[in-house]
Design a protein around this ligand. Sequence first.
Ligand code: CAA
Length: 407
Amino acid sequence: MSVRHGFPPIGIDAIALGVPRRFVELSELAEARGVAPSKYLTGLGTRRMAIAAPEEDPITLAANAARRLFLRSGASPADIGLCVVGTETAVDHSKPAASFLHGLLGLPSACRVFEAKHACFGGTAGLLNAVDWIASGSARGRAALVVCSDVARYALGSAGEPTQGAGAVALLVRERPRLLALEVGQTGSYARDVYDFWRPLHHKEALVDGHFSVQCYLDALAGAYGEWRRQDGDGEPLARTCYHVPYGKMARKAHRHRRMIDGLTEQAADESFAVEVEPSLDLPARIGNIYTGSLYLALASLLSAQARDLEGKRIGLFSYGSGSCAEFFAGRVVPEAGALVAALEIDAPLAECHHTPVAEYEALRRNDEAADRRPAPEDAERGGASLDRRAVYLGLDSSERRVYANA
Ligand code: CAA
């Protein structure tokens, strides 16, 4: 329930995914690393990780998710007055991902565009900013496009390797949303300066203090949830909760932690997991960690599985960004959301993905740096907006500008 009485609801109107064309089976990665497959499949709760090829990067994934959002939802780029891209794997230290998107999608010139960075929290920063932009009246009837896009990379052979992934989630945010009405003005925030996960400017692969990062996530959840509960008082219980999902087991640990804060025993907290959380973990298990988009991939998974049953129900959302900042907030699934979710065919892009052997994935990673330096063909056509064709990265021109095309 929105806490802004007398105003139209604001929230997520449509959702779409962009995924790379390749994935690695984690049972095969475990064998290649000499690890028991059950460690990755059960211990971490992961199944596959999506892998980006040289022509795929956070910009192409974002553009392809957004393009699909427009095609499936009936919205038009002309409706957009704010475009935010949340990413922690930006392609340029200055030029924002949102500017590339502006060109590739043909967004209006009367549009605010920017990139939001705060580890995995950047997408939520974008979403909550978009909600405030609408609530303030600045939108003047226009919608916001919020895209969370990342390519998650850890070193080959590291403990983090099986928790990689790549992909984008595009969200259309507007008044009178057709999927999820957010409770505007009621969020629990938590921040703490910690070094749990970081990526120095010259690194392509993230560095992480893995076990410490798990504890930081749980501490942030307790802080943000406690703050949200203080505002919610005796509010209606949450039918489902979506968490940031770096790997499935983390959501399981988070849920136990949160429900024990509610006063449940450990056993009762674990028993509630199957109903309250499990339906949100299918897409994350098939794609892996997509950093900024992971919470919204969990939401997409939940809605794909149960939107019709959840119409009118209240669901919780927990976002965590290392470094750190976290937010707990809630929303209500809109009546008729089930029919829209069926029309959106959220998981359809996964049907175009194909299995990649571990040796091919390793070769792609070893060529990563070369892929970054590859020159764009002389006759490459820069930019050009299109909703009908897939965005691809062609390479750098002689001034080190990235060249994209809708191919
Ligand atoms: N069969 C079944 N389970 C097994 C097993 C086997 N053969 N072997 C081990 N396990 C279990 C372990 O018991 C453990 O379970 P619990 O967590 O329930 O105790 C689980 O598998 C993992 O085992 P380890 O702790 O030994 O794993 P690890 O030390 O190799 O690495 C990790 C785990 C630290 C999470 C590592 O994958 C990592 O660093 N990942 C990246 C960081 C990350 O995702 N952090 C999450 C919080 S930060 C965040 O959320 C932001 C973000 O997106 C990065």
